[in-house]
Design a protein around this ligand. Structure first.
Ligand SMILES: [Zn+2]
Length: 237
């Protein structure tokens, strides 16, 4: 392999490492966001169950107030009974008392129902609370380790950038410009190997004579993608 190709290859390997590091770095904020959304989802579910339980308790309070209003009403009716003059007034009042008592019975049934509802809602709330706490804990642990990873990757990137400028300084200026122009236009394989007898950059078949020469150490420029095709450790005919 020619010297300038070997240097370009070093540079390309280093840039690939930097690309991988950058991709890892970019994935971290996305993952953090996913964890936050997961926690928010659990929070929302928990609030829903809490509102439900609050609603049931308010209903219970209202029923209890209604009940005691009706009890007061009956006492009031009963106290009026003695002062009533006519039979029909008396009968009407007795009917009213009976109706109110029936209403109290109905309220009592409803109170019992809401007690069951309250039990169920409390259990659901407790479950949602546990799930939320677990999610929060899980997310915060993950977040912590992601932040550690982030700072490690940032440090790694800094040191790779330093390595890169060291490597780049050994590459001929003209070659370096060409290489960087090529990479910035999206061509990631400025130096590539032979893959099954084809250019590793664009998969165009290489004439077998040229492939043999490449294996012998000659540099070949792919006529289609412009890559330098060389014989690498994973090259094959
Ligand atoms: Zn090619």
């Amino acid at each position: 392999m020619e010297e300038f190709i070997a240097r370009l290859l070093d540079l390309q390997d280093c840039d690939r490492g930097i690309d991988r590091l950058r991709a890892d770095l970019e994935s971290i904020p996305r993952e953090l966001k996913i964890h936050r959304m997961d926690t928010q989802g659990h929070e929302a579910k928990f609030s829903l169950f809490r509102d439900n339980l609050d609603g049931i308790r308010k209903k219970q309070q209202k029923l209890t107030t209604d009940r005691s209003d009706n009890v007061t009403r009956i006492a009031d009716y009963k106290s009026k009974l003695i002062s009533l003059k006519s039979n029909s007034e008396y009968t009407t009042m007795l009917k009213q008392i009976a109706n109110t008592e029936k209403m109290i019975d109905q309220i009592d049934n409803m109170i019992i129902e809401t007690m069951y509802e309250e039990d169920e809602a409390s259990r659901a709330l407790e479950k949602a609370l546990k799930e939320r706490d677990r999610a929060v804990k899980r997310s915060s642990l993950r977040e912590e380790s992601l932040k550690e990873k982030l700072s490690e990757l940032e440090k790694g990137l800094e040191s790779m950038k330093a390595d890169r400028s060291e490597i780049a300084s050994r590459v001929d200026q003209r070659q370096l410009k060409m290489y960087e122009k090529s990479r910035s236009s999206g061509h990631r394989e400025v130096v590539t190997g032979v893959m099954n007898g084809s250019c590793g950059g664009c998969l165009t078949k290489i004439p077998s004579q040229s492939a043999g020469e490449i294996k012998g150490g000659k540099t070949y420029v792919c006529p289609l993608c412009g890559s330098y095709v060389v014989w690498t450790s994973d090259s094959s005919f």
